[in-house]
Ligand binder design. Structure first.
Ligand code: PEP
Ligand code: MG
Length: 582
């Protein structure tokens, strides 16, 4: 085998931190098999095992084809003919021989890597038919691996071993399911800073890198790597010197971060005494402990969809929701918890599969639209939140609102819920604050009218940016255009704040230390971010001068491009807290 040389791959850092260790490569639905080096004596045995697995797979596919042919006809059965062809594809076999000789690893691991490479190549071809064949390849791969496993078990790498996870992409539920006790970091070939994978990585405190071109062609399970989530580099086969450097950096960063955490009891106010509420964005129960540890003044955004759509087929009923919400409210008392009602659809977990399939899910059945079309489910959630409000301080807000009509409908439904709870004799806070998320440009434009119906706004800058610039935040082809400092977005933020009711920023923009001066200067009354980022944002706010931020924001509002606006905010940030940029 050729000695491993250090290779550096550039990606987009979406969750800060450094992690080091063994890489585990995983394709969705087909985890990488355990990797093992083999001796020259084992070579014939490996080929025998592989040939036996191919034969078994071929028999299975042939019998499946016969069955489907009887039930559905030739066309459907042809899928399995194609899979049989792929099973003994000459290019795959050639590549397998070469890689097996080169790597001297068990056949499962080599076959997995080779087929992954073919799948990746296929994902990039122009012809949509050929692209769709990736699923067939994955099917064949899974079958062969299953047939190579003795007693059909244990093809998976031991889950308990610490590793960094590499994947082409991760869905929000893939990420939500991660066992964080052994996953040290995430790297994906596609993705953007505001994809939900990135948001979840930050909330889990896992360093993460996305958008690494051809990642899946370059990595293998078992490889040693360093992930630098600050500068956006994945280092394969790091040298001793590189490892030493990163160990030291990791220790320094951890020390600096701990010093910030210890300031958790200091108020989040600027040097000239302007107070900003600093709250936490939360989505999982396992984050509840971290809220108080971070010094957050309660929760500014609780994304309830992760609790509601946790993979089981039924939504939790009103009582189960009430217990869950109550726990959070009690743990955060005396601070407030802002519950965001179910936000499903778009790139979120679907509430139910849309039928017929939506061509434009981001512009479709998403957020409040789902809730308003399912009043029974919506009311269950509202009543549960209202009942929880009797045990501390709760507020409720609604995702993806587009204008006044929806808010009037929401208010009428809230009134019905109040009547129902009164009739049942259930306690709730009659003065619970009601807010809307400002995520759709039309809602931002109507902010001054919406103030008649709600107590507060919370600007979801992730969606507000994507809907204002018309850029899909998870489409890697256009993700580079996703700029929250686009003048159009900044003006909408200002317009919303000027409407005159308390306005929070709960999108990822609030967690960007470069943009805190801009948000403070625009007049945001609250910033809500993941608990891991909170100590940094508190430090940033405490080193700012509100007057200076306001002046800079006025200049930013005159600027005509996103780069200039970012540069204006960055200049104030670097001057005010240079050490956060080290
Ligand atoms: C946002 O859009 O900015 C937001 C906070 O909501 P989510 O990221 O959950 O869509
Ligand atoms: Mg949103």
């Amino acid at each position: 085998m050729t000695p491993d040389v250090e290779i550096r791959l550039k990606g987009l850092p979406v969750s800060p931190g450094i992690s080091m260790g063994m890489l585990r490569v995983e394709a969705r639905g087909c985890p990488a098999p355990q990797l093992r080096s083999i001796t020259p004596e084992e070579i014939p045995h490996e080929w025998d095992r592989f040939e036996a697995a191919l034969q078994r797979t071929e028999e299975e596919l042939n019998s499946l084809r016969d069955r489907i042919q009887k039930i559905s006809g030739d066309m459907e059965a042809a899928i399995f003919d194609a899979q049989v062809l792929f099973l003994r594809d000459s290019m795959v076999m050639k590549s397998l021989h070469k890689e097996f000789d080169r790597r001297m690893q068990n056949m499962e691991a080599v076959y997995y890597a080779v087929v992954q490479n073919f799948m990746e190549a296929m994902r990039h071809v122009d012809d949509p038919y050929l692209r769709s064949r990736v699923t067939d390849m994955e099917d064949v791969l899974q079958r062969v691996l299953r047939n190579m496993a003795p007693a059909r078990t244990a093809t998976l790498a031991a889950d308990t071993q610490s590793h960094l996870l590499a994947a082409y992409d991760l869905t929000p539920s893939d990420t939500a399911d991660l066992d964080t006790s052994c996953v040290l970091g995430l790297v994906t070939e596609v993705g953007s800073a505001v994809s939900h994978t990135a948001i979840l990585a930050r909330s889990l405190g896992l360093p993460a890198l996305v958008d690494i071109p051809q990642l899946m062609l370059k990595v293998t399970t078992g490889q040693q790597v360093v992930l630098d989530g600050y500068t956006g580099v994945l280092i394969l086969n790091p040298t001793e010197e590189t490892t030493r450097y990163y160990r030291q950096l990791q220790a320094e960063k951890a020390k600096a971060y701990q010093a910030l955490v210890e300031m958790r009891d200091l108020p989040s106010e600027t040097r000239d005494g302007h107070r900003i509420r600093l709250a936490a964005n939360v989505q999982f129960r396992h984050e509840f402990d971290a809220i108080a540890r971070s010094g957050a003044e309660g929760v500014g955004l609780y994304r309830t969809e992760f609790f509601l759509l946790d993979g089981s087929s039924n939504l939790p009923d009103e009582d189960a929701q009430y217990r869950h919400y109550r726990e959070l409210v009690e743990r955060c008392a005396p601070h407030e918890v802002v519950f965001r009602t179910l936000d499903s659809g778009g790139d979120k977990l679907p509430f139910e599969q849309a039928d017929p399939k939506e061509d434009n899910p981001f512009l479709g059945w998403r957020g409040i639209r789902v809730s308003l079309s399912r009043p029974d489910i919506f009311k269950q959630q509202l009543r549960a939140i209202m009942r929880a409000s009797a045990h501390g301080r709760a507020a409720v807000m609604f995702p993806m609102v587009s204008g006044v009509t929806e808010v009037k409908e929401i208010r009428a439904i809230i009134d019905e819920c109040r009547d129902e709870l009164r009739a049942r004799g259930e306690a709730f806070d009659e003065h619970m604050r009601i807010g809307v998320m400002i995520e759709v440009p039309s809602a931002a434009m109507m902010a001054n009218v919406l103030t008649q119906y709600v107590d507060f706004f919370s600007i979801g800058t992730n969606d507000l940016t994507q809907y204002t610039i018309a850029v899909d935040r998870v489409n890697f082809r256009v993700a580079h255009m996703f700029r929250p400092t686009h003048p159009g977005v900044v003006r909408l933020i200002r317009h919303t704040i000027e409407a005159g009711i308390p306005t929070a920023i709960c999108g990822e923009m609030g967690g960007d230390i470069t943009l805190v001066p801009l948000l403070v200067g625009l007049g945001a009354s609250e910033i809500s971010v993941g608990t891991h980022l909170l100590p940094l944002i508190r430090f940033a706010i405490r080193h700012l001068d509100y007057g200076e931020c306001r002046q800079m924001a006025e200049q930013a509002l005159q600027a005509s491009d996103s780069k200039t606006i970012r540069a204006l905010s960055k200049a104030v940030a670097i001057k005010s807290y240079p050490n956060l940029f080290d």
